[in-house]
Design a protein around this ligand. Structure first.
Ligand SMILES: Cc1ncc(COP(=O)(O)O)c(C=O)c1O
Length: 443
């Protein structure tokens, strides 16, 4: 019996809340409606999943396992912790994130269920229904999901692929009004793999200081940068702008399922006195993350060997190079070389693929014909791109690139110029992180 018939029979339908109705995950909304039927003769290669553990090729550091096992054996972490987390665990985070220009201690740290929980606390602490927050486009879709479920408007500021995904600051500034409560800056970025320079971060801070808007810094990929790049936390550069920095174990320690995240309150000029109280109150709704991982945190943060970080990054950077070298030779594709995190965005010159309506359409067919699944960037409100993850086993990267190249060769249609002129934009450029034509801007 269908649920409608059952309901009609009973004459009783329980209404759902406004918050649940307004909760919307753009990735699920797109991916769940795609027809993802892989080619029967080719094993599927999923380049879509931002979980670095799925292929089993990137193990977590051994000391993480030891630290949690010891916490279990001690049998003293089975009760409730303070809602913002154990003092020792918060102090460990404070020691881990402090820099000479941004010193914090345990009172400035709130532990949460992953960076998602941290972002949720920050957004709900800063904004009310009818207010707005600014988020990047392309950007991690959870910002929109969390804000809109609370009736908070999101305004998307543009990132510029031709400038290695720096923020279009004029655009960002034009979106700010008296109801703007925060701007979220994601650095290093999902989905772009960008890492902002010191100068660019200072420019962002200057803008926010002028407009008096606090920053929620999504730094879940902190320190996750490739060779030649330097990571600066937003707080380390902020003199006057208050920064709520969200981080966690998820990506750097390769344990997303452990759900350990944190907010670091980087106050400036006591601007966040009320917000501190608000975060404490909100933390009391769920009483903090798992106590065993909290107990293991000081040891994890202090004892993970440098070699673990280095080897993980070398692996991912090597994959980025393999992807970039292969895909920049493929007609119609324009990869943007990342500088960190675990992702690469690849531009699609859609005018050369006229049989596909969109990036969603094209990536769907790539699954059907070649069993390779790339996430269409429509999921990040950014059409004409797709995102690949860089945590895949390297042999699968090469295989995936070959299949993507075969697919593009099959479907690519050359264009013999518009108005009789040669079409210069159709040539694949080899510029590192730069796209030469309007398609790459994705508008
Ligand atoms: C940019 C960004 N922020 C936050 C998160 C959420 O992290 P967590 O799994 O710790 O909740 C992710 C996860 O993929 C992410 O990519």
């Amino acid at each position: 019996m269908s649920s409608e018939i059952k309901r009609a029979k009973k004459g009783w339908s329980v209404p759902v809340s406004k918050m649940a109705t307004n909760t919307f995950n753009p990735i699920r909304n797109i991916v769940d409606t795609m027809k993802l039927t892989p080619h029967p003769d080719k094993p599927m290669i999923a380049l879509s999943i931002g979980d670095p553990t799925v292929f089993g090729n990137l193990p977590m550091p051994e000391n993480c396992e030891v630290a949690v096992t010891e916490a279990v054996k001690k049998r003293s972490f089975n009760g409730y912790a303070p809602s913002i987390g154990y003092e020792d665990s918060r102090q460990a985070v404070a020691d881990y994130v402090s820099t000479p220009t941004s010193r914090v201690d345990s009172k400035d740290v709130v532990l949460a269920s992953g960076a998602s929980g941290a972002l949720d606390l920050c957004i709900s602490c800063l904004a009310d229904e009818g207010d707005n927050i600014l988020i990047p486009r392309p950007g991690f879709s959870l910002y929109k999901t969390l804000a809109e479920s609370l009736g908070i408007e999101v305004r998307q500021y543009d990132l510029l692929p031709e400038k290695s995904w720096e923020i279009d600051l004029d655009h960002l500034e034009s979106l700010i009004d008296s109801n703007t409560r925060a701007v979220i800056v994601c650095n290093p970025s999902n989905p772009c793999g960008s890492v902002y320079s010191r100068e660019h971060l200072l420019e962002i801070l200057q803008t926010m200081e002028r407009k008096r808007v606090p920053i929620i810094a999504d730094e879940i990929y902190e320190h996750f940068v490739f060779s030649g790049q330097t990571y600066y936390s937003m707080a380390s550069l902020s003199e006057n702008v208050p920064v709520l920095a969200c981080g966690g174990l998820t990506k750097r320690y390769l344990v997303p399922g452990w759900r350990m995240g944190w907010i670091v309150i980087n106050d400036r000029n006591d601007a966040l006195v009320e917000v501190r109280g608000g975060l404490l109150k909100l933390s009391q709704r769920l009483l903090g993350p798992n106590t065993l991982v909290q107990a293991a945190l000081p040891s994890i943060l202090a004892n993970t060997p440098e070699s673990f970080y280095r080897e993980t990054l070398e692996y991912i950077e090597n994959n980025a190079n393999v992807f970039y070298q292969h895909l920049s030779q493929v007609p119609g594709l324009k990869p943007v070389m990342p500088q960190g995190a675990m992702y690469m965005m690849v531009g699609l010159d859609m005018k050369h693929f006229p049989e596909f309506k969109s990036d969603v359409d094209l990536t769907e067919r790539l699954v059907t014909e070649q069993s390779v699944f790339c996430l269409p960037a429509a999921c990040f409100q950014y059409p004409n791109y797709f995102r690949v993850v860089l945590t895949v086993p390297t042999e699968k990267v090469s295989e995936a690139c070959e299949r993507m190249a075969a697919f593009c060769r099959e479907h690519y249609k050359p264009i013999n110029g518009i108005n009789g002129k040669p079409d210069l934009t159709s040539k694949v450029n080899g510029l590192n992180g730069h796209c030469a034509d309007e398609i790459c801007v994705g508008k």
